[in-house]
Ligand binder design. Structure first.
Ligand code: ADP
Length: 570
């Protein structure tokens, strides 16, 4: 068959037709006389019937048959048309299902004259843009649809979802630097058209596109750690009594390197980024921290004539602990970010973390979690990221330095441990003298009063017996008030004594002065009521106040002063 000509094919197929039709054709029907064969072939079946009918005499007997035939053909044609439409629909649906999905990308920038830089799944492409999509209608950061050839065929809106990151720094050209989030490399982002004119600040949270290239939306200032930002009032070293050794150590650790940077660098001396103050509560750790800030600013100003206002961020470790996983880490990062930000702005930033063992402990301090303490590595990497002497100083304070993870105390991090002891008798007198200022109405000279009250405070008399220790060996020892003295207690004793003098002045309506009796009474009351001391008799609570090794002590209990010497004043 394949070698047959067209006419041979036609006659071969004709030979399969029914004999009656065969006869009609060969006899040259009346139809072929009416119209040439090609034109007949173009007519529909209905038109042929109509043609035949029109040639029959009007009362011909076949007219009715032809009408019947016409109806049948009409029905068939209608069915055929419906079937054709159904097939057409089906083919269109099949065609749609077989078409590949279109890619969605982020529009980064136009490339003249009609191309665009697009990021799709983290990879950049220079794409052709469909002429139907005007290039200038596309906005930086919006989503675009690309076809199989990666040509942009449609502009879509901006992403509504996406990761949220915190701005670390604004670059001079408006781009945003994103800090080192957990498991994320630091990033630099471009602004979307939506944020082109927005006033952005470090510390703000922004939502970024899925490709993490463009900042799309500001989600406000991230919630910052609740912290007490204390303005450091005038606090010369002389306002701190009885801590000469600690003050000296701090000056050597921080002041000297800051003031003699070149010398330290020349000797390749490990430069400090901070220090740890450890010792019992109320002995001036916070005070020393603030005094460091105040005095360092003063010294730098005196030497360089540049004044760096201090920024003193004071946080308590337990405040950072958060039940939400990752939240504490975020807060620590945030504290460092704030300090770096302020230092860049020219401030001298201090991060003071009180009760540091609660977050940087080998165990999670008093926190119930037995989880690995993820704050320690976090803190270490933040410390490692700090440049020494770049105006950020980290000060940790703790009553339990033994609990602080050794990783924190490695060189390059917090490698200076400075002990803040309870004041000895001499120190106590110095502190009394600080609080009994000359401007107060004192019954005797400041020196005399301070001496008298210190002697009373530190006398090893039964009236001053305060704590009994029972050692594992069975040995007993008595601690006296002086053994548990602190700057905080001394300040409170003086405050209370002033209150007593004021009360007396009101009651007697006479001019009164602060007497040594006021101080003795105040001392008595302070040891009975001061909330620095535990109200319970639990050995563990008392142990926290002393330096005794818990393993050696089996009991440590208060000798309640009320029992030993009832006080006359309430
Ligand atoms: P810590 O941080 O060690 O618990 P603080 O520095 O908070 O102790 O001390 C509490 C208060 O006690 C201080 O605000 C200050 O009034 C007083 N104080 C403590 N130590 C001293 C000191 N050595 N000299 C003067 N005042 C002190």
């Amino acid at each position: 068959m394949s070698h047959m000509t067209e006419s041979q094919k036609r006659s071969a197929s004709a030979s399969t037709k029914s004999p009656s039709l065969e006869g009609t054709r060969e006899n040259n029907s009346a139809l072929s006389e009416l119209l040439p064969r090609e034109q007949l072939d173009k007519l529909s079946a209905l038109q042929l019937v109509d043609l035949i009918a029109s040639k029959l005499p009007s009362r011909h007997t076949s007219i009715l048959d032809l009408i019947y035939l016409r109806d049948r053909i009409g029905e068939m044609e209608e069915m055929q048309e419906q079937a054709r439409q159904a097939v057409e629909k089906l083919s269109a649906a099949v065609e749609k299902l077989r078409a590949p999905a279109l890619r969605i990308g982020t529009f980064l920038m136009p490339i003249d004259p009609d191309r665009a830089l697009i990021c799709i799944s983290g990879t950049d492409y220079v794409c052709q843009v469909d002429p139907q999509v005007p290039l200038n209608s596309l906005q930086i950061g919006q989503r675009v649809q690309c076809n199989e050839a990666f040509a942009v065929v449609q502009g879509l809106g901006f992403d509504r979802t996406g990761p949220v990151l915190r701005i670390d720094e604004l670059l001079s050209d408006g781009r945003l630097r994103i800090g080192q989030e957990s498991g994320l490399m630091p990033l630099v982002l471009q602004r979307s058209a939506l944020l082109a004119k927005e006033k952005l600040k470090p510390g703000m949270d922004v939502r970024v596109d899925h490709n993490q290239r463009i900042a799309l939306e500001v989600l406000g200032m991230g919630k910052r750690t609740d912290r007490i930002l204390e303005t450091v009032t005038e606090l010369p070293w002389s306002a701190i009594g009885g801590q000469a050794a600690a003050v000296q150590a701090i000056r050597e650790a921080i002041e000297m390197p800051f003031l003699h940077r070149d010398l330290f660098r020349r000797f390749d001396y490990a430069l400090p980024k901070g220090f740890l103050l450890h010792g019992p509560p109320g002995c001036g750790k916070t005070l020393l921290g603030k005094a460091t800030a105040y005095n360092l600013r003063k010294q730098i100003k005196a030497q360089t004539r540049v004044d760096h206002p201090e920024f003193f961020l004071h946080v308590k470790g337990p405040e950072i602990l958060n039940m939400w996983v990752g939240e504490s880490e975020r807060q620590v990062r945030d504290l460092f970010a704030q300090c770096r930000e302020r230092a860049r702005e020219g401030a001298l930033a201090f991060l003071f973390i009180d009760e540091a063992e609660s977050i940087l402990g080998v165990r999670h301090g008093s926190h119930q979690h037995s989880m690995v303490n993820t704050l320690v590595p976090m803190f270490c990497s933040e410390m490692d990221g700090l440049e020494p002497l770049q105006n950020v100083v980290v000060i940790l304070a703790s009553n339990r330095a033994d609990l602080i993870d050794p990783a924190i105390l490695r060189p390059g991090r917090i490698d200076r441990k400075i002990k803040v002891n309870r004041p000895n008798e001499e120190g106590a007198q110095a502190i009394y003298e600080i609080y009994l200022t000359d401007s107060l109405p004192l019954a005797e000279s400041k020196m005399q009063l301070a001496q008298a009250v210190t002697r009373e405070h530190y006398a090893r008399t039964p009236a001053n017996a305060f704590l009994e220790i029972v050692y594992r060996s069975g040995r007993k020892e008595m601690l006296y008030r002086g053994d548990l003295a602190s700057g905080a207690i001394i300040a409170a004793v003086v405050r209370r004594a002033k209150g007593l003098a004021i009360k007396r002045a009101i009651e007697t309506s006479q001019e009164t002065k602060l007497t040594r009796e006021d101080l003795f009474n105040a001392l008595q009351m302070e040891y009975a009521e001061n909330d620095l001391f535990p109200s319970s008799d639990l050995t563990e609570d008392w142990l926290k106040l002393t330096d005794f090794d818990p393993d050696n002590v089996i009991r440590l209990g208060a000798v309640r002063p009320q029992k030993a010497e009832p006080t006359s004043m309430i």
